[in-house]
Design a protein around this ligand. Structure first.
Ligand SMILES: Cc1ncc(COP(=O)(O)O)c(C=O)c1O
Length: 426
């Protein structure tokens, strides 16, 4: 076989890839564009176009209000059952609803109410800011009786488990963490953290946004209490697609939903004037779901289930290792260093490369000089070039070309031609 850093080696890896058939199931209108941002917004599956068209033309256009009894009313549960298979939960433990931030608010509120005597929330300084904002808001809402304590990363890339062990104690009400960190891709050992928290009588809430659809998850074997997650990243649900929430069966009765609306009522169409909480996971719903947006999620969930999360992870590990090996050969020592854990068992499916000029380097990839391919990563403050690997459609050859172009941009300081001013969305 040819040398590992050659393009023919990348092509050979692609031709032996057991998941290679899935790329054809996505809209790829510009085959020369290298998309490495599926960890932020997944590509559009071909079937979703037909599926959403059917939702609009037939279900809305023809069937009108009758569609509520012909599938829409059960949609949040039906899709929740499919997500349950992807995250190792029981079918009656997951629903599709609201946004990740709102779901976090609902579950964390319920958890703090339940753990009334305990006044500490533990999270970390690599968590997604929206999660921390929700926690800070809840502390205020509960009249500042709680303390939010953040585990500090020693290097901005990983966390020290012994430090977390030291922080969790009998005053801890909830440990609320991202399973995979949005910048560095650091992945917690879910079973270990959950067990540790339970030993001190604390609840655990996992944000699965950067792991669902990319990493095998078993909430059941971890005995996790609560979880939330986005569907527009590796689950390819589309921009602003609704999120999901999970509550372990035995906790569902104990947690209150702070935003009780008619969709969480025992029988909304009795129109009772006083709220009666539903049994089971339904009680965490609030209002009418965004039907068109929810429907866009279904074909993609089927695709992930069809490919199998084990095979997806295997390819993700191989591709992220491959990317790092090229970075090591071509970029390290040129102001670039790895911003993600080196070992695959400690990381998710994206890799961050750190460079002082990361922003302008990202611009040079996205809006390249003549003769180069458009490569779409994203930039995360202050110095991360974040490269998302989505095994259902990312090829080894694309990774190879993207890394070659990065080398060219560094060697020739091409980024100096780009302005430093930031776009609103990076
Ligand atoms: C880890 C994580 N949590 C929460 C959110 C917020 O999601 P939403 O804006 O859908 O509420 C995001 C968004 O990217 C995220 O990456």
């Amino acid at each position: 076989m040819s040398e590992q850093s050659s393009k023919s080696y990348a092509r050979a890896l692609d031709s032996n890839d057991p998941l290679k058939g899935f790329r054809k199931q996505f809209v790829i209108s510009d085959p020369s564009l290298i998309y490495l941002d599926g960890n932020s917004l997944g590509r559009l599956p071909l079937k979703t176009v037909k599926y959403m068209d059917n939702t609009i033309q037939e279900q809305w256009g023809d069937r009108l209000i009758r569609s509520w009894n012909e599938g829409w009313y059960q949609q949040s549960f039906r899709l929740g059952k499919k997500i349950a298979q992807i995250i190792g939960a029981h079918p009656e433990e997951v629903i599709v609803s609201d946004s990740t931030s709102i779901n976090l608010y609902k579950l964390l509120y319920g958890a703090l109410k339940l753990m009334n005597g305990k006044k500490e929330i533990i999270s970390d300084d690599m968590n997604f800011p929206s999660d921390l904002y929700i926690m800070q808001g809840l502390v205020k809402q509960f009249d500042n009786q709680h303390t939010l304590r953040l585990l500090k990363s020693p290097d901005g890339i990983t966390h020290d488990m012994t430090e977390l062990v030291r922080m969790i104690n009998k005053r801890t009400a909830v440990v609320s963490l991202s399973h995979v960190a949005f910048k560095s891709s650091y992945m917690y050992d879910m079973e270990r953290v959950t067990e540790l928290s339970h030993m001190h009588g604390a609840l655990v809430l996992w944000d699965l946004s950067h792991s669902v659809g990319a990493v095998p998850i078993s909430l059941r074997s971890a005995n996790a209490d609560m979880a939330i997650g986005c569907t527009y990243k590796y689950l390819n649900g589309g921009p602003g697609a609704p999120a999901f929430l999970y509550v372990r069966k035995d906790l569902q009765e104990k947690l209150v939903n702070p935003i009780q609306g008619w969709f969480g009522e025992r029988n909304p169409f009795e129109f009772k004037l006083h709220y009666r909480e539903s049994e089971g996971i339904r009680k965490f719903l609030t209002g009418t779901p965004p039907v068109v947006s929810v429907s866009g999620l279904e074909p993609s969930l089927d695709m992930v289930l069809d490919a199998g999360i084990g095979a997806i992870r295997q390819k993700s590990v191989s591709q992220t290792d491959y990317l790092i090996s090229l970075a090591r050969k071509w970029l390290f020592g040129k102001g670039v260093r790895l911003g993600s854990p080196e070992f695959s068992e400690k990381r998710g499916s994206h890799i961050s490369l750190k460079h002082a000029e990361a922003y302008r380097i990202c611009k040079a990839l996205i809006d390249p000089v003549v003769g180069q391919r458009v490569v779409i990563p994203d930039f995360r403050e202050p110095n991360n070039i974040r490269l998302g690997i989505t095994p259902l459609y990312t090829t080894y050859e694309e990774i190879h070309i993207a890394m070659e172009q990065l080398k060219y941009i560094m060697d020739n300081k091409i980024y100096e031609k780009y302005p430093r001013s930031r776009d609103a969305v990076t």
